[in-house]
Ligand binder design. Structure first.
Ligand SMILES: [Zn+2]
Ligand SMILES: [Zn+2]
Length: 315
C-alpha cells in the first residue's frame, strides 16, 4: 500500500528557499499560502525563507504582510527577518522605511544595521550611512566594516578629507581591519589568498588568467573598473586597476578556474564584504560560461550565474 506522507514545515521551507534562490517570488508566496491552507504551523526558519524570497523582488506590501502574519502565529521577528525586510525596502529605494523599522527594534542587532549600511553604499546615501555607522560602532565595537564602508563612501563622493577622518577614528579606537582573506578548496586542499598575495609560487599563472578574463569582459560586456573601490593611494589609474585585480576573491576565483573544468561550481569564502568592483566583475565572469561562482562574504551568500547575482546587487 502506498503511504501518503505530507510535507512538514521543514520541507516547505526548503521548497520556498529554492524558489527564492531562483528569483521565483510568486511561486514562493503561493507555496507559503498553500502551506497555511494545509494547517501547517509555520516556524521562524520558514519565515526566513519566505521573507528572503520576498526581499529579492522588493515587494514591500508582501513583506510587511509576512511580518504581521508572523506575529499572528506567535513568532517574534529575529535579526535575520529584519535583515530581509531591510533588503526589501532597500531594493525599492525606501531607505527611510528601512531605518525606521530598525529603530523600532527592541533589541537592535548589528546584522540588519549592516544590511542598511550596504544599502546606503548602493544608493549613495552618505547622511544615512553616518547614522548607521554610528549605530554599528556601538553595537559591534570590534567591527571594522562600518568604518571602511563609510570611508569608501566619502571617497567615492570625492570627499577625501572626511574619508581620512573616518580611517583616523578607526585607528584611534584601535579597531583592526582584518586581513580580508578569501579561501577556496581545490582538489580537497584549502588555499587562502590575501590582497596582492605573494606566498604561492603560482601567482604568475593567476595574474595571467585574470588579465585574460579582464580583457574578455571588457570586450564582451564593456566592463569598467570601479576605481572608487581602491582605498590606497596610487599615482595612476592604471596602478589602481592593477590593484583592483589583486583583490583576494578575484585571485581565489582564478585559481579555481585554472584547476577545474568548465561547468564546475566554484565556492569561495571571504571574511570581509566583497567590494563593488569584485561583485560586478564576478557577475561578468559568470557570463558565457557554464560555471556558477558562489561567494560567501561577511554579509551573505552570492551565487553568480549567467551574468547575474542571487543577491540582486544588494550586498
Ligand atoms: Zn574587491
Ligand atoms: Zn551578490
Amino acid at each position: 500500500m502506498k503511504q501518503h506522507i505530507s510535507p512538514d514545515v521543514v520541507s516547505w521551507a526548503f521548497l520556498i528557499s529554492a524558489c527564492g534562490v531562483d528569483g521565483q517570488v510568486k511561486k514562493a508566496l503561493s507555496y507559503y499560502e498553500a502551506m497555511l491552507g494545509n494547517d501547517i504551523q509555520p516556524d521562524d526558519k520558514l519565515y526566513t525563507s519566505v521573507l528572503n524570497a520576498c526581499s529579492h523582488s522588493g515587494n514591500i506590501a508582501e513583506a510587511e504582510k509576512l511580518f504581521k502574519d508572523m506575529t499572528t502565529h506567535g513568532i517574534s521577528p529575529n535579526a535575520y527577518h529584519y535583515t530581509c525586510l531591510v533588503d526589501t525596502y532597500a531594493r525599492a529605494g525606501k531607505l527611510d522605511n528601512a531605518e525606521r523599522v530598525l529603530l523600532s527594534m527592541q533589541e537592535p542587532h548589528p546584522v540588519p544595521w549592516r544590511a542598511l549600511m550596504g544599502a546606503c553604499r548602493i544608493h549613495n546615501d552618505t547622511i544615512r550611512a553616518v547614522r548607521a555607522a554610528t549605530m554599528l560602532y556601538k553595537l559591534d565595537p570590534e567591527d571594522a566594516s562600518p568604518y571602511i564602508l563609510l570611508s569608501n563612501l566619502y571617497s567615492a563622493n570625492g570627499n577625501q578629507e572626511k574619508s581620512k577622518q573616518v580611517v583616523k577614528l578607526m585607528e584611534e579606537r584601535r579597531v583592526k581591519k582584518p586581513p580580508g582573506k578569501s579561501h577556496i578548496y581545490v582538489d580537497g586542499k584549502l588555499y587562502s589568498f590575501t590582497v596582492d598575495e605573494q606566498e604561492y609560487d603560482f601567482m604568475e599563472r593567476i595574474h595571467a588568467r585574470l588579465d585574460k578574463e579582464r580583457a574578455r569582459i571588457t570586450e564582451e560586456n564593456g566592463y569598467i573598473p570601479d576605481l572608487s573601490c581602491v582605498a590606497r593611494d596610487f599615482s595612476t589609474n592604471n596602478e589602481k586597476v592593477k590593484y583592483l585585480w589583486k583583490h583576494s576573491e578575484k585571485l581565489a576565483i582564478a585559481w579555481g578556474m585554472l584547476n577545474t573544468p568548465e561547468g564546475t561550481t566554484l565556492s569561495v569564502t571571504k571574511d570581509l564584504r566583497m567590494c563593488l568592483d569584485c561583485h560586478t566583475a564576478t557577475k561578468l565572469l559568470s557570463n558565457h560560461t557554464t560555471r556558477k561562482i558562489k561567494i560567501r562574504d561577511a554579509s551573505r551568500w552570492h551565487t553568480f550565474e549567467n551574468g547575474r547575482c542571487s543577491c540582486g546587487d544588494l550586498y
